[in-house]
Design a protein around this ligand. Structure first.
Ligand SMILES: Cc1cc2nc3c(=O)[nH]c(=O)nc-3n(C[C@H](O)[C@H](O)[C@H](O)COP(=O)(O)OP(=O)(O)OC[C@H]3O[C@@H](n4cnc5c(N)ncnc54)[C@H](O)[C@@H]3O)c2cc1C
Length: 459
């Protein structure tokens, strides 16, 4: 008899944890060949996204924030590629392997965890100029880009060009944007010692958000404290302000301000992977509609979790509330999803996902941070200790933890390095380039493909 196949799409916080749990719970069945777990991932690593701002600012190296899949995945089969479409009627995923070959992958149970991509808006010039902070390449590119701007400014004799190259604009006052602006501002500040022709007043960071508060998830008091701290460090924060237009040489804000700059970092939210939008099933606020048991209401063999899914938040009184797209939720949903996949195979009752938020930690660079673990509000060095401790605890492998700690220690004693890798010197490095979504198939295209190839339904 053919083994029952569980396909997991994505190996991020949700996907990897789910695979590890499935391997644990189905160990004997997998070893006996009764069950096959296949994880489809374009990369051979899981990325610990919360430390990306520290990669962009050079505190941590790119490798240190990755978890090797060959090490972490023990029994599941790894398929290197992306799922570009799903035929839900025929229970088949269409996979584009990293070789470019497109193959069908039938499943008995499907777990969708492809995460999210940067949310963009219809703003003139955004596609051509906005840099993202959602994957490793973007973080590495941003670091190269910022250092190259300082170098070019240092080498220029044109005052206007020097000022524009030293002006950095970050859009998005959530934790990703705030941490990015805060960590990179410290890098540029310490770079001034190495670029003697740049005077300190020249380097300017502006953080822009349409919302009236910074990081509303932190609560009013802590949000205000973070705001004060960043303003004291010289970061200009413009709230209730959006972006009107972006060109090669300037960013125009909705309050009329024109900022001459060559750097626009775009972190104004995320939207679920284009894969889920093409499935032709119900969405809630752009994310896949699932029940509290993480199943698609219309397809009981399909589960979805993490950033791509609108999972009801059972800790709230509001029946419409859904869990926020955080790593904290994604990795905990993974346990419920894996347990429910196993329960559905065994004909047992499924359980509902419920998790009380443990709070947020925000690294503002150096010894500065804000955190509210379990409702306790912390700032300064204590918050930084809690923040780093949280990351060490949350990193999935011991060797990754050790690498991150070693990087922090090296940075503490060795300080910043201002080296551009230069590997993307010819590229523009935009969100459009790094998170291109053209490759996905629509539900109709997936159906047409099945008809022409004559794929038989798995069930
Ligand atoms: C800069 C930054 C800082 C953050 N800081 C925090 C924080 O401090 N705390 C917190 O809780 N959260 C934080 N988050 C949010 C958190 O990282 C996400 O909520 C979390 O990664 C979601 O997990 P996921 O598994 O759904 O998606 P991901 O972790 O993004 O994983 C999705 C995986 O699916 C793969 N994939 C995508 N498409 C396909 C496809 N078609 N086929 C196969 N595989 C695919 C991707 O390559 C990726 O490996 C931060 C995010 C960013 C960007």
């Amino acid at each position: 008899m053919a083994a029952e196949r569980i396909v997991v799409v994505g190996a991020g916080f949700a996907g990897l944890e789910c695979v590890k749990r499935l391997e644990h719970k189905l160990r004997s069945e997998i070893d006996r060949g009764e069950i096959e777990v296949v994880v489809v991932s374009p990369h051979d690593y899981m990325l610990y996204l919360p430390l990306l701002p520290q990669v962009a600012s050079g505190v941590i190296t790119t490798q240190a924030v990755t978890v090797s899949l060959p090490r972490a995945v023990k029994r599941a089969h790894r398929l290197p590629g992306s799922v570009i479409g799903v035929d839900l009627e025929r229970s088949t995923c269409v996979v584009r392997k990293i070789s470019g070959d497109v193959v069908d992958l039938p499943y008995d149970r499907l777990v969708l965890a492809p995460g999210s991509v940067t949310r963009k808006f219809d703003i003139p010039g955004l596609d051509e100029h906005a840099l993202g902070m959602k994957n490793l390449a973007e973080a590495a590119y941003l670091r190269d880009h910022v250092i190259s701007q300082l170098e070019l400014a240092n080498a220029s004799t044109d005052d206007a060009e020097r000022a524009a190259r030293c002006q950095f604009v970050v859009v998005g006052g959530g934790y990703a944007g705030t941490e990015t602006a805060a960590c990179l501002q410290l890098l540029t500040e310490s770079a001034l010692k190495r670029f003697p022709r740049l005077d300190p007043g020249l380097v300017r960071w502006t953080l822009v958000d349409i919302a009236p508060r910074l990081m509303p998830e932190l609560g009013v008091r802590l949000g205000e404290q973070a705001l004060d701290l960043l303003r004291r460090r010289g970061i200009e924060i413009k709230l209730e302000t959006g972006v009107e237009e972006v060109t090669d040489e300037e960013v125009t804000l909705t309050d009329g301000t024109v900022l001459p700059t060559r750097t626009l970092v775009w972190t104004a939210g995320v939207t679920s992977s284009p894969l889920v939008k093409n499935l032709g099933v119900d969405l809630v606020r752009g994310r896949l509609k699932v029940g509290a048991d993480l199943r698609l209401p219309s397809h009981e063999r399909v589960f979805a979790l993490g950033d791509c899914a609108a999972v009801p938040d059972l800790t709230q009184d509001d029946p419409e509330a859904i869990c926020p797209p955080t790593a904290q939720h994604a990795s905990r949903m993974a346990t419920t999803a894996a347990d429910n996949v196993v329960a559905s195979l065994r004909g047992e009752a499924l359980r509902r996902y419920k998790h009380h938020d443990l709070g947020l930690v925000v690294d503002l660079g150096g010894t500065q941070a804000v955190a509210h673990p379990l409702g306790v509000q912390l700032t300064g060095a204590v918050a930084q200790a809690v923040t780093r401790g949280y990351h060490v605890f949350a990193l999935p492998l011991t060797r990754t933890r050790l690498r991150v700690i070693a990087n922090w220690v090296l940075h503490l004693f060795g300080g910043d390095e201002f080296i551009r890798i230069g590997f993307l010197s010819g590229a523009k490095g935009t969100v459009e380039e790094f998170e291109s979504a053209d490759a996905y198939l629509s539900a109709d295209e997936v159906r047409d493909r099945a008809q022409t190839s004559g794929t038989a339904p798995r069930r």
